[in-house]
Design a binder for this molecule. Structure first.
Ligand SMILES: *Cc1c(COP(=O)(O)O)cnc(C)c1O
Length: 408
């Protein structure tokens, strides 16, 4: 895998991502000649002697400090993100808190994109506020203009692209470069694209995190997060994660590794099917706007095209008119293939009615009608389109009926 190329006449090209997904984090230990690492459930690690215990050289010291299973997943994420190191956390939200706590201290100013995942905002507005960190939300369209928001005590800039629920793109390299020029740390939530379609560290970001719950796991059966950092920030991330006692169960880590192996394949199918559904939605009279950066008409399309190499299955649909909520409920309640549920990134399609009013303070999201978020799963897109077509029939029928007839 990593043979050196000294004797080769031509420099060997770096392996492509699909190749790395199949090999990253695989055991290198000849005494364990299996394709996959063992599922090691462990707290206590036994030492051969007091000397070995006190020598500080043991590879494993305690369950929470690392096992062959956690090493396999962390090594894989480090490879895929192009990082210096990675940690696992019990959820994506815990990855957010570890990344932020690795960097900010009392008295610091933190810039967070206004379209960040809502529980991230909540963490900043409660825990970080209590610790004396001041969070300021910024417009995702700020680009290099972020520099105007820097204060002498600005410690970090937090990005997420495309944004949660409304899918605005960000000029990641411009923001990362402005931050680095001032010694400010940049952190990015890369859950939507995953390293398959975007590698934040290659674009100047210092710390990248994922809700591995979503596309890494890929099967809606686990909660997990990962944080990966460049060489400058890795010691802080490792130390903070360790101090907070972040770790997670061996079975979940193993399931995440299993998910990784098929991630390229799954994401390409999510991408293709989501675009088919999104393009069909664009032609519907009930739809005002489809929020999906891979659509040529999307305001974020140029940035997406420049920086990302693919799109996943999650996007938004703004209805064309202020349909009453009972009509939207009738549309969604009757869906056959789309489940009603939070999270996304599994093999199944999902829909939620989305309300962003309370999650925006620096910007306003303007929409002609209600917003629905769709996750397009691995079903045949023709079935999903037929399901949505029936849904639009319910939407317009209920919207046209007098309110008291349908309030039953
Ligand atoms: C779901 C999500 C998270 C949180 O992940 P959990 O594993 O549910 O805690 C973080 N960021 C984004 C963008 C998400 O969609």
């Amino acid at each position: 895998m990593s043979q050196n190329a000294e004797n080769d006449e031509m420099p060997r090209r770096a392996p492509a991502l699909a190749t790395r997904l199949s090999h990253a984090g695989r055991p290198q230990d000849a005494s364990l000649p299996f394709v996959n690492p063992p599922i090691v459930r462990a707290s206590t690690v036994l030492f051969e002697s007091v000397g070995a215990m006190q020598g500080g050289k043991a590879r494993y010291v305690y369950g929470r400090r690392g096992t062959p299973t956690s090493e396999a997943l962390c090594d894989a994420m480090t490879d895929l993100e192009g990082a210096a190191g990675s940690v696992v956390t019990p959820s994506g939200l815990a990855a957010i808190s570890v990344a932020l706590l690795s960097v900010v201290s009392a008295g610091d100013h933190l810039l967070v994109v206004d379209t960040a995942y809502h529980p991230c905002r909540h963490f900043c507005d409660t825990v970080l506020k209590r610790m004396g960190v001041e969070t300021e939300y910024y417009d995702p369209a700020v680009g290099a203009g972020i520099a105007a928001l820097f204060r002498p005590n600005t410690r970090a800039v937090y990005l997420e692209a495309p944004g949660s629920l409304t899918f605005e793109m960000q000029d990641v390299p411009a923001i990362a470069a402005a931050a680095r020029a001032r010694g400010i740390v940049s952190i990015m939530d890369n859950t939507w694209a995953t390293p398959v379609f975007f590698r934040p560290l290659d674009h100047g970001i210092d710390i990248t995190l994922l809700a591995a719950t979503k596309y890494v796991g890929g099967h809606s059966d686990l909660m997990l997060g990962t944080v990966s950092a460049n060489a400058a920030l890795w010691p802080a991330v490792k130390e903070t994660s360790g101090s907070l006692g972040m770790f997670t169960g061996a079975d979940d880590m193993f399931a995440a590794l299993r998910g990784l192996r098929t991630m390229d394949l799954r994401l390409r199918r999510h991408q293709e099917s989501a675009l088919a559904v999104a393009r069909w939605l664009q032609g519907r009279p009930e739809v005002g706007r489809v929020l999906h950066p891979a659509l040529e008409t999307d305001p974020g399309h140029a940035l997406w095209r420049r920086d990302f190499c693919g799109a996943t299955g999650l996007f938004g649909v703004v209805l064309a008119a202020p349909y009453p909520s009972r009509a939207v409920a009738a549309m969604l309640d009757g869906l056959r293939w789309f489940g009603l549920g939070y999270s996304w990134g599994g093999f199944e399609s999902l829909a939620i009615p989305a309300d962003v009013a309370l999650s925006r303070t620096a910007t306003r999201f303007e929409a002609a009608g209600p917003l629905i978020r769709l996750h397009v799963g691995l079903e045949d897109p023709a079935d999903l389109i037929a399901d949505l077509q029936d849904g639009f029939r319910r939407l317009t029928a209920v919207a046209a009926a007098p309110a008291d007839e349908t309030d039953l």
